[in-house]
Design a protein around this ligand. Structure first.
Ligand code: HEC
Length: 286
Protein backbone atom coordinates (compact mmCIF):
# COMPACT_ATOMS: atom_id res chain seq x y z
CA UNK A 1 0.00 0.00 0.00
CA UNK A 2 1.34 3.41 -0.91
CA UNK A 3 2.42 5.98 1.59
CA UNK A 4 -0.53 8.18 0.59
CA UNK A 5 -3.09 5.55 1.62
CA UNK A 6 -1.38 5.06 4.91
CA UNK A 7 -1.76 8.77 5.48
CA UNK A 8 -5.46 8.45 4.81
CA UNK A 9 -5.50 9.94 1.31
CA UNK A 10 -7.28 8.18 -1.58
CA UNK A 11 -9.72 6.58 0.86
CA UNK A 12 -13.52 6.44 0.73
CA UNK A 13 -14.78 6.25 4.30
CA UNK A 14 -11.81 4.23 5.38
CA UNK A 15 -11.78 1.83 2.41
CA UNK A 16 -8.70 2.30 0.24
CA UNK A 17 -9.41 2.90 -3.43
CA UNK A 18 -7.23 -0.02 -4.42
CA UNK A 19 -9.38 -2.39 -2.37
CA UNK A 20 -12.55 -1.27 -4.18
CA UNK A 21 -11.03 -1.57 -7.62
CA UNK A 22 -9.51 -4.96 -7.01
CA UNK A 23 -12.52 -6.66 -5.43
CA UNK A 24 -15.35 -7.48 -7.79
CA UNK A 25 -18.12 -7.74 -5.13
CA UNK A 26 -17.22 -4.40 -3.53
CA UNK A 27 -16.87 -2.73 -6.94
CA UNK A 28 -20.26 -4.17 -7.99
CA UNK A 29 -21.93 -2.75 -4.87
CA UNK A 30 -20.53 0.72 -5.52
CA UNK A 31 -21.47 0.61 -9.21
CA UNK A 32 -25.00 -0.48 -8.26
CA UNK A 33 -25.30 2.44 -5.81
CA UNK A 34 -24.08 4.87 -8.47
CA UNK A 35 -26.48 3.58 -11.14
CA UNK A 36 -29.37 3.64 -8.65
CA UNK A 37 -28.74 7.31 -7.87
CA UNK A 38 -28.69 8.09 -11.61
CA UNK A 39 -31.92 6.16 -12.11
CA UNK A 40 -33.70 7.89 -9.22
CA UNK A 41 -32.71 11.32 -10.52
CA UNK A 42 -34.26 10.41 -13.89
CA UNK A 43 -37.41 8.67 -12.67
CA UNK A 44 -38.55 10.51 -9.55
CA UNK A 45 -39.43 13.86 -11.21
CA UNK A 46 -41.93 12.00 -13.41
CA UNK A 47 -44.02 11.19 -10.32
CA UNK A 48 -44.32 14.87 -9.45
CA UNK A 49 -45.50 16.09 -12.85
CA UNK A 50 -49.26 16.49 -13.34
CA UNK A 51 -48.85 15.51 -16.92
CA UNK A 52 -45.64 14.52 -18.60
CA UNK A 53 -47.04 15.34 -22.03
CA UNK A 54 -49.30 18.35 -21.56
CA UNK A 55 -51.65 19.20 -24.38
CA UNK A 56 -51.01 22.26 -26.51
CA UNK A 57 -53.71 23.67 -28.75
CA UNK A 58 -53.50 22.72 -32.39
CA UNK A 59 -51.89 19.30 -32.21
CA UNK A 60 -54.14 16.83 -34.01
CA UNK A 61 -53.67 13.22 -35.11
CA UNK A 62 -52.81 12.48 -38.75
CA UNK A 63 -55.56 12.06 -41.34
CA UNK A 64 -55.70 8.61 -43.01
CA UNK A 65 -53.73 9.88 -46.05
CA UNK A 66 -51.03 11.46 -43.86
CA UNK A 67 -50.97 8.33 -41.72
CA UNK A 68 -50.17 6.24 -44.80
CA UNK A 69 -47.49 8.79 -45.70
CA UNK A 70 -46.03 8.33 -42.23
CA UNK A 71 -45.97 4.55 -42.84
CA UNK A 72 -44.08 5.11 -46.11
CA UNK A 73 -41.65 7.45 -44.32
CA UNK A 74 -40.83 4.62 -41.92
CA UNK A 75 -40.87 1.90 -44.60
CA UNK A 76 -38.31 3.77 -46.72
CA UNK A 77 -36.10 4.47 -43.74
CA UNK A 78 -36.18 8.26 -44.11
CA UNK A 79 -35.64 8.48 -40.34
CA UNK A 80 -32.18 6.95 -40.79
CA UNK A 81 -30.98 10.17 -42.42
CA UNK A 82 -33.50 12.71 -41.11
CA UNK A 83 -34.31 13.60 -37.52
CA UNK A 84 -37.61 15.06 -36.34
CA UNK A 85 -36.43 16.63 -33.14
CA UNK A 86 -35.31 20.24 -32.95
CA UNK A 87 -33.30 20.71 -29.80
CA UNK A 88 -33.62 23.85 -27.66
CA UNK A 89 -30.36 25.38 -28.82
CA UNK A 90 -29.95 28.70 -30.53
CA UNK A 91 -28.36 27.34 -33.72
CA UNK A 92 -31.12 24.76 -34.12
CA UNK A 93 -33.84 27.35 -33.56
CA UNK A 94 -32.32 29.68 -36.11
CA UNK A 95 -32.04 26.97 -38.72
CA UNK A 96 -35.21 24.97 -38.19
CA UNK A 97 -37.59 27.06 -36.08
CA UNK A 98 -39.08 26.54 -32.63
CA UNK A 99 -37.71 23.55 -30.74
CA UNK A 100 -39.88 20.43 -30.79
CA UNK A 101 -42.44 19.94 -28.03
CA UNK A 102 -43.03 16.42 -26.69
CA UNK A 103 -46.71 16.70 -27.50
CA UNK A 104 -45.99 17.29 -31.18
CA UNK A 105 -44.95 13.67 -31.58
CA UNK A 106 -47.46 12.41 -29.00
CA UNK A 107 -49.58 10.68 -31.64
CA UNK A 108 -46.63 9.07 -33.44
CA UNK A 109 -46.37 5.35 -32.84
CA UNK A 110 -43.60 4.53 -33.34
CA UNK A 111 -41.88 7.86 -33.09
CA UNK A 112 -39.30 8.95 -35.66
CA UNK A 113 -37.15 11.42 -33.72
CA UNK A 114 -34.13 9.79 -35.32
CA UNK A 115 -30.56 9.91 -34.13
CA UNK A 116 -28.60 10.92 -37.21
CA UNK A 117 -28.74 13.88 -39.55
CA UNK A 118 -27.25 12.96 -42.90
CA UNK A 119 -29.95 15.26 -44.26
CA UNK A 120 -31.56 18.15 -42.37
CA UNK A 121 -34.10 17.87 -39.55
CA UNK A 122 -37.63 17.76 -40.97
CA UNK A 123 -39.69 18.41 -37.83
CA UNK A 124 -40.88 21.79 -39.23
CA UNK A 125 -40.73 20.95 -42.92
CA UNK A 126 -44.44 21.60 -43.59
CA UNK A 127 -45.09 24.25 -46.28
CA UNK A 128 -41.37 25.08 -46.59
CA UNK A 129 -41.38 23.94 -50.24
CA UNK A 130 -44.07 23.56 -52.88
CA UNK A 131 -45.54 20.16 -53.72
CA UNK A 132 -43.87 20.36 -57.15
CA UNK A 133 -40.47 20.79 -55.47
CA UNK A 134 -41.10 17.65 -53.40
CA UNK A 135 -42.19 15.66 -56.46
CA UNK A 136 -38.99 16.60 -58.28
CA UNK A 137 -36.83 16.10 -55.18
CA UNK A 138 -38.25 12.63 -54.53
CA UNK A 139 -37.73 11.61 -58.17
CA UNK A 140 -34.15 12.79 -58.23
CA UNK A 141 -32.78 14.83 -55.32
CA UNK A 142 -29.71 15.83 -57.31
CA UNK A 143 -31.86 17.61 -59.88
CA UNK A 144 -32.70 20.26 -57.27
CA UNK A 145 -29.76 19.98 -54.84
CA UNK A 146 -26.72 18.93 -56.93
CA UNK A 147 -24.57 17.86 -53.97
CA UNK A 148 -27.31 15.74 -52.36
CA UNK A 149 -26.56 12.16 -51.28
CA UNK A 150 -30.26 11.32 -50.87
CA UNK A 151 -31.45 8.30 -52.91
CA UNK A 152 -34.00 8.63 -55.74
CA UNK A 153 -37.46 7.38 -54.78
CA UNK A 154 -38.86 6.97 -58.29
CA UNK A 155 -41.34 4.23 -57.50
CA UNK A 156 -43.43 6.32 -55.12
CA UNK A 157 -45.24 8.27 -57.84
CA UNK A 158 -45.78 5.12 -59.90
CA UNK A 159 -47.26 3.04 -57.08
CA UNK A 160 -50.94 3.32 -56.26
CA UNK A 161 -51.37 3.65 -52.50
CA UNK A 162 -52.24 0.36 -50.82
CA UNK A 163 -54.98 1.14 -48.29
CA UNK A 164 -55.71 -2.41 -47.22
CA UNK A 165 -54.14 -1.81 -43.82
CA UNK A 166 -55.27 1.76 -43.12
CA UNK A 167 -58.30 0.79 -41.00
CA UNK A 168 -56.18 -1.64 -39.00
CA UNK A 169 -53.55 1.01 -38.41
CA UNK A 170 -56.19 3.43 -37.13
CA UNK A 171 -57.71 0.78 -34.88
CA UNK A 172 -54.35 -0.03 -33.35
CA UNK A 173 -53.63 3.67 -32.78
CA UNK A 174 -57.08 4.10 -31.25
CA UNK A 175 -56.29 1.33 -28.79
CA UNK A 176 -53.26 3.45 -27.84
CA UNK A 177 -55.48 6.47 -27.12
CA UNK A 178 -55.08 8.29 -30.42
CA UNK A 179 -58.54 9.89 -30.73
CA UNK A 180 -59.85 8.23 -33.91
CA UNK A 181 -63.58 7.59 -33.71
CA UNK A 182 -65.36 4.61 -35.25
CA UNK A 183 -66.76 7.07 -37.77
CA UNK A 184 -63.24 8.13 -38.78
CA UNK A 185 -62.21 4.52 -39.26
CA UNK A 186 -65.34 3.66 -41.26
CA UNK A 187 -64.72 6.61 -43.59
CA UNK A 188 -60.97 6.32 -44.14
CA UNK A 189 -61.29 5.48 -47.84
CA UNK A 190 -63.46 8.50 -48.74
CA UNK A 191 -61.25 10.72 -46.60
CA UNK A 192 -58.12 9.56 -48.41
CA UNK A 193 -59.68 10.33 -51.79
CA UNK A 194 -61.02 13.66 -50.59
CA UNK A 195 -57.67 14.84 -49.27
CA UNK A 196 -55.78 13.83 -52.42
CA UNK A 197 -58.49 15.59 -54.48
CA UNK A 198 -59.38 12.34 -56.25
CA UNK A 199 -63.11 13.04 -55.93
CA UNK A 200 -65.34 15.85 -57.12
CA UNK A 201 -64.75 17.84 -53.95
CA UNK A 202 -67.79 16.60 -52.06
CA UNK A 203 -65.80 14.83 -49.34
CA UNK A 204 -63.72 17.83 -48.34
CA UNK A 205 -66.10 19.33 -45.78
CA UNK A 206 -66.59 15.99 -44.00
CA UNK A 207 -62.84 15.45 -43.92
CA UNK A 208 -62.25 18.90 -42.43
CA UNK A 209 -65.03 18.40 -39.89
CA UNK A 210 -63.53 15.12 -38.80
CA UNK A 211 -59.88 16.13 -38.44
CA UNK A 212 -59.28 19.87 -38.34
CA UNK A 213 -60.32 20.34 -34.70
CA UNK A 214 -59.50 16.89 -33.40
CA UNK A 215 -58.08 17.49 -29.93
CA UNK A 216 -56.68 14.94 -27.52
CA UNK A 217 -59.45 12.87 -26.01
CA UNK A 218 -62.13 14.53 -28.13
CA UNK A 219 -63.80 11.24 -29.02
CA UNK A 220 -63.83 9.75 -25.55
CA UNK A 221 -67.14 11.28 -24.57
CA UNK A 222 -68.10 10.68 -20.98
CA UNK A 223 -64.49 10.48 -20.01
CA UNK A 224 -63.46 13.26 -17.67
CA UNK A 225 -60.05 13.64 -19.26
CA UNK A 226 -61.62 15.36 -22.27
CA UNK A 227 -59.65 18.28 -23.54
CA UNK A 228 -60.92 20.66 -26.16
CA UNK A 229 -59.54 23.75 -27.79
CA UNK A 230 -60.86 27.18 -26.98
CA UNK A 231 -63.64 28.21 -29.35
CA UNK A 232 -61.69 31.13 -30.72
CA UNK A 233 -58.72 28.93 -31.65
CA UNK A 234 -58.30 28.74 -35.42
CA UNK A 235 -56.60 25.45 -36.24
CA UNK A 236 -54.16 25.09 -39.12
CA UNK A 237 -56.15 24.21 -42.23
CA UNK A 238 -55.82 20.70 -43.59
CA UNK A 239 -54.03 20.50 -46.92
CA UNK A 240 -56.46 19.18 -49.54
CA UNK A 241 -55.08 18.88 -53.09
CA UNK A 242 -53.41 16.59 -55.62
CA UNK A 243 -50.06 16.48 -53.85
CA UNK A 244 -48.20 14.68 -56.66
CA UNK A 245 -49.79 16.96 -59.25
CA UNK A 246 -52.02 14.21 -60.64
CA UNK A 247 -55.64 13.99 -59.45
CA UNK A 248 -56.43 10.76 -61.30
CA UNK A 249 -55.30 8.37 -58.57
CA UNK A 250 -53.88 8.29 -55.04
CA UNK A 251 -50.22 7.29 -55.16
CA UNK A 252 -47.66 6.64 -52.45
CA UNK A 253 -46.13 10.00 -53.33
CA UNK A 254 -49.47 11.73 -52.61
CA UNK A 255 -49.46 10.20 -49.13
CA UNK A 256 -45.80 10.98 -48.44
CA UNK A 257 -46.06 14.63 -49.53
CA UNK A 258 -49.32 15.06 -47.57
CA UNK A 259 -47.41 13.82 -44.53
CA UNK A 260 -44.36 16.03 -45.14
CA UNK A 261 -46.42 19.18 -45.77
CA UNK A 262 -48.10 19.11 -42.35
CA UNK A 263 -44.97 18.41 -40.30
CA UNK A 264 -44.58 20.92 -37.49
CA UNK A 265 -47.42 23.19 -38.66
CA UNK A 266 -50.01 22.36 -35.99
CA UNK A 267 -48.97 24.53 -33.05
CA UNK A 268 -49.23 28.29 -33.59
CA UNK A 269 -46.08 29.39 -31.81
CA UNK A 270 -46.25 32.84 -30.32
CA UNK A 271 -43.20 35.02 -29.93
CA UNK A 272 -42.23 35.42 -26.27
CA UNK A 273 -44.28 32.50 -24.95
CA UNK A 274 -42.39 29.95 -22.89
CA UNK A 275 -43.81 26.62 -23.99
CA UNK A 276 -42.06 24.78 -21.19
CA UNK A 277 -43.67 26.68 -18.35
CA UNK A 278 -46.36 29.28 -19.13
CA UNK A 279 -48.13 27.46 -21.89
CA UNK A 280 -48.00 23.87 -20.75
CA UNK A 281 -51.35 22.52 -19.74
CA UNK A 282 -53.16 25.70 -20.68
CA UNK A 283 -55.84 26.52 -21.44
CA UNK A 284 -57.18 23.15 -20.52
CA UNK A 285 -55.42 22.01 -17.40
CA UNK A 286 -57.34 19.13 -15.87
C1 HEC B 1 -29.00 8.51 -47.35
C2 HEC B 1 -29.62 9.49 -46.51
C3 HEC B 1 -31.03 9.97 -46.87
C4 HEC B 1 -32.18 9.24 -46.91
C5 HEC B 1 -32.36 7.76 -46.70
C6 HEC B 1 -33.23 10.19 -47.16
N1 HEC B 1 -32.74 11.44 -47.26
FE1 HEC B 1 -33.79 13.14 -47.51
N2 HEC B 1 -32.10 14.24 -47.57
C7 HEC B 1 -30.83 13.71 -47.44
C8 HEC B 1 -29.86 14.79 -47.64
C9 HEC B 1 -28.35 14.64 -47.59
C10 HEC B 1 -30.60 15.97 -47.89
C11 HEC B 1 -30.05 17.39 -48.17
C12 HEC B 1 -29.88 17.58 -49.67
C13 HEC B 1 -31.19 17.55 -50.39
O1 HEC B 1 -32.04 18.44 -50.20
O2 HEC B 1 -31.42 16.61 -51.19
C14 HEC B 1 -32.00 15.58 -47.82
C15 HEC B 1 -33.04 16.46 -47.97
C16 HEC B 1 -34.36 16.13 -47.84
C17 HEC B 1 -35.46 17.07 -47.87
C18 HEC B 1 -35.33 18.58 -47.96
C19 HEC B 1 -35.26 19.11 -46.54
C20 HEC B 1 -34.99 20.57 -46.42
O3 HEC B 1 -35.42 21.14 -45.39
O4 HEC B 1 -34.38 21.17 -47.30
C21 HEC B 1 -36.62 16.35 -47.74
C22 HEC B 1 -38.02 16.88 -47.72
C23 HEC B 1 -36.24 14.96 -47.64
N3 HEC B 1 -34.87 14.86 -47.70
C24 HEC B 1 -37.15 13.94 -47.51
C25 HEC B 1 -36.78 12.60 -47.44
C26 HEC B 1 -37.73 11.52 -47.39
C27 HEC B 1 -39.23 11.68 -47.39
C28 HEC B 1 -37.01 10.37 -47.36
C29 HEC B 1 -37.54 8.96 -47.38
C30 HEC B 1 -38.41 8.62 -48.48
C31 HEC B 1 -35.61 10.74 -47.34
N4 HEC B 1 -35.51 12.10 -47.39
C32 HEC B 1 -34.57 9.85 -47.25
C33 HEC B 1 -30.49 12.41 -47.15
C34 HEC B 1 -31.39 11.35 -47.10
Amino acid sequence: MSEEYKKGKGMIRGIPHDTIEQSLPILAVFVAILVAVGGIVEIVPAFYLDDSEPAVEGVRPLTPLELEGFAIYRREGCFLCHSQMIRPFRDEKERYGHFSLAVESGYDHNFVWGSKRTGPDVARLGEKYTDAWHVQHMRKPRSVVPESVMPNYVWLEETVLDTSRTAKRMQVLKSMNVPYSNDDIANFAVDIKAQAAVDDGDGEDDLRARYERKAWGSVNEGDDTIVTWTDSFEPTELNVRAFDGDASDVTELDALIAYLQQLGTHVHFEEGVDYYHDKFGQPYRK
